[in-house]
Design a protein around this ligand. Sequence first.
Ligand code: HEC
Ligand code: CU
Length: 315
Amino acid sequence: MNWPLAILTGAGPVASAQAKLGWWLLVVSVVVVVVVTVLVLAGGFRRHSNETSMVEREGAGVRWVVVGGMIVPAIVLTLTFAFTIATENATAAPPKVAGMTVDVIGHRWWWEVRYAGGGSAPTVITANEIHVPVGIPVRLELTSADVIHSFWIPRLAGKTDVVPGQRNVAWIQADKPGIYRGACAEYCGLQHSNMAAFVVAESPAQFEQWTNAQRDTVRAPSDSDAARGLVVFQKSSCMACHTIRGTSAVGRIGPDLTHLVSRMTIAAGSLENTRGNLAGWIANPQSIKPGNDMPTTPLRGSELQALVAYLETLK
Ligand code: HEC
Ligand SMILES: [Cu+2]
């Protein structure tokens, strides 16, 4: 289904159940508003003929109050209450055990995404992109590194608060492969609206391929431009904030850059991940996302070029 209808339909069990409840509430409220409006207007315009006695009129009035004001609302509200409880039950926990757990950490203004590795496998760390296999319930453990954010992928699940010092749990399941865009849904400062998240749902085989590629440590750059770029990276402030697994860079303030090139966007959906945008971002992150936590580093043109050549090897 295409936009705009797509955003009104769930692409997984959680969002579908919530969407059904949403439609029920919408239909019930519209019917109530229409019926009440018609009755108010009808009452206002009605003329009483002299034949109906005062007593008869009062009897009819009491009936309206009992049926229209008590019995009908009691039925509608009880049904809505039951429907809400059922939806909450259905969305609180997956029907079968979650296939995997992903840690999602809100930062101003991007999402850190972590997959704990089993055994000797390293933890896979990426940013703003959550890869999941289709058809499997995925448990999300959400926390924040700074202020309260809210995690929201409309087609997969409703909002979950992301609170510092607390682990909130949500689960998602994508029924079909695709890219599901989401956003931070709790105002968290200047760049709140540039804090997109993407769920990339793929076949189990593709997901495994992705995971294996993400587990790789980077190799030393082979061409001379990129090798100079690594030196620039290590000499500049970049190291203080970014990790590149396999190098001495272990900063944790900004996104892990070990497999930067594998991501679709940079700066949480602000820019497509192209060579030109990467250069533009590093040259002046503050003009692209004013107020964000990455300062502008003064670099010579040749240094910037080498740096980008190096970052482009981080497949
Ligand atoms: C003070 C900490 C800090 C320093 C120093 C810093 N960065 Fe960043 N960097 C960040 C933060 C925070 C973000 C995320 C910004 C956002 O999306 O709001 C970021 C984002 C990025 C991204 C985009 C990553 C993604 O997946 O979105 C790249 C690439 C990057 N930085 C490269 C560099 C390079 C190269 C240097 C050195 C010239 C550098 N950074 C210096 C904090 C820093
Ligand atoms: Cu936020």
